[in-house]
Write a protein that binds this ligand. Structure first.
Ligand SMILES: Nc1ncnc2c1ncn2[C@@H]1O[C@H](COP(=O)(O)OP(=O)(O)OP(=O)(O)O)[C@@H](O)[C@H]1O
Length: 487
């Protein structure tokens, strides 16, 4: 590992700094800041990735940080999970506490009020175990993994707010997050939860939030991205890292996927006192995340909540035999009436095809919405919101939409292009994400796969073998048959 790659990353970050001062407690300033940093002036869409031949256009692969932000923006409620929480205690002989109510946590009354004011009646599954651990005395370190929307952010926000001493006018809790947008989202949760505890102040250590060297911050909680936090601790000396008592690293999986962030995070962690409480959260836990987590969090307790498994068992799967792209389009037009009885998602391989298909369908007079990687996260969130409340019936999209977003009401999925990996073989995992349902919803669904070559027919065979389920032929010219099968 290059010893100074973090320093290089800091330099790059600084070079792109926007030399404007914003007040981040004001919504308008935050929005303006977000627009300027992204170069979106006057609301025009500025493609945020290379237009041609870029990584995105090959298959419109989701950017993890964007995906995560999108999840946060469209999530209004807790994701319920019936799977059991797995807890590995550092000291297996000590009693394992779990709570069923927020009262049991003996929170400060202002915080309890804040929690209830957010509409939380009881702790979520992961919070039941994580909160007692995080609030224990002496402090315990924690590594926690559970899917997006299960209540991790709310949990560590409450832990930080509980730990600070508002009488001390220096930074006591430090939270790092992969992007400034994600940091802002966390800040909003803390502000909401701490609404009745105004003595506790919050600062954002994010790109563009220029500070003068030397003066010490008075805010008790600082949330930021690794580069700027490191800067504030070392170069600018705004924070005394030795006075930090709680360190939170959120979205560890996204963090390690971002160049330089891993080194920067480790650098920050090394500045902290040995008895500082270390908390790390992640939605997924591959080996690389695990290795990173162990470097950041010594002697951890570990909490894992498995994702509910998706299955194709309740899905009726079909394929439509076509000659080429235009023929697939004609087949889709024939199907359109059946699609709009319920709600449908149409998946394309690239955003170029998705745009083409949307334009063609619109030209034919069909109402469709497009969701693709060239849109800003805010625009994507707005489209998903409209689709969710039924204002849009048919959504054309690429892989950006296939992961992480539970669009439960979708009953028909059309694979205009079959999901393939980089070697051109069936990508069964993506197929499952596109058409799968969790057992909990158990709702019936339909998947229609467009086949336009012997190669794509072969992919159908691979998918059939993988899931051990037959994919039946659908004659899209015989509308009566289609209606009968789908309805
Ligand atoms: N105990 C609770 N009761 C009801 N709602 C809750 C509770 N805890 C969190 N929520 C709500 O559930 C949603 C998801 O929570 P939160 O953002 O904390 O999850 P997360 O696991 O951090 O997910 P992400 O990483 O996507 O933010 C939020 O809208 C939050 O306000």
């Amino acid at each position: 590992m290059a010893t100074d790659s973090w320093a290089q990353a800091v330099d790059v970050q600084e070079a792109t700094t926007v030399p404007v001062q914003f007040d981040f407690s004001r919504k308008n300033d935050r929005m303006e800041f977000s627009r300027r940093v992204r170069g979106e002036i006057n609301g025009n869409i500025v493609p945020n990735k290379t237009e041609n031949g870029g990584r995105r256009d090959e298959g419109d692969r989701p950017d993890l940080a964007e995906q995560s932000l999108l999840n946060k923006m469209i999530r209004h409620t807790l994701v319920k999970n019936r799977n059991l929480v797995e807890v590995l205690q550092r000291d297996p002989t000590s009693p394992l506490y779990s709570v069923k109510t927020f009262e049991e946590l003996r929170l400060k009354p202002q915080l309890l009020q804040g929690v209830y004011n957010m509409g939380f009646n009881r702790p979520s599954r992961i919070q039941e175990n994580a909160l007692p651990m995080m609030l224990a005395e002496p402090p315990q370190n924690l590594i926690a993994q559970s899917q997006s929307g299960t209540g991790k952010t709310a949990a560590f926000s409450l832990a930080m707010l509980s730990h600070v001493n508002p009488a001390n006018k220096w930074t006591q809790c430090l939270c790092i997050s992969p992007t400034y947008e994600l940091a802002m989202q966390i800040g909003q949760v803390i502000q909401q939860m701490g609404k009745f505890y105004p003595e506790v102040k919050l600062a954002y250590a994010i790109r563009g939030n220029k500070m003068d060297r030397g003066s010490k911050l008075q805010e008790q909680i600082v949330i930021g991205t690794p580069g700027t936090v490191l800067d504030w601790c070392t170069k600018l000396k705004l924070i005394d890292p030795k006075k930090i008592t709680v360190f939170v690293l959120d979205e560890a999986d996204v963090m390690i996927a971002t160049q330089g962030h891993q080194d920067q995070s480790i650098r920050i962690q090394r500045l902290l006192p040995k008895d500082c409480q270390m908390l790390l959260f992640s939605a997924t836990f591959e080996d690389s995340v695990w290795k990173f987590a162990e470097r950041i969090v010594p002697d951890p307790n570990i909490i894992k909540l498995k994702r509910e498994e998706e299955t194709v068992d309740t899905i009726k799967q079909f394929y439509a035999s076509c000659n080429d792209k235009e023929d697939k389009f004609t087949a889709l037009c024939n199907l359109y009436g059946s699609l709009t009885i319920a709600q449908a998602m149409i998946f394309c391989h690239t955003r170029k095809i998705a745009s083409w298909l949307t334009a063609q369908l619109t030209k034919e007079g069909h109402l469709v919405a497009l969701l693709s990687g060239e849109m800003t996260v805010e625009q994507r969130a707005a489209v998903i919101e409209r689709f969710r409340c039924g204002k849009e019936k048919v959504l054309v999209t690429t892989n950006v939409c296939s992961r992480g977003i539970d669009v439960e009401q979708v009953s028909i999925v059309v694979n205009f292009d079959l999901p393939v990996d980089k070697d051109g073989r069936a990508d069964c995992e993506t197929y499952l994400h596109r058409i799968g349902r969790t057992g909990r919803f158990g709702k019936k669904g339909f998947a229609i796969n467009m086949v336009d070559s012997p190669h794509s027919m072969n992919i159908i065979k691979q998918i059939e073998d993988h899931f051990n389920r037959k994919i039946l032929k659908l004659n899209t010219d015989d509308l009566d048959e289609v209606e009968k099968l789908i309805n």
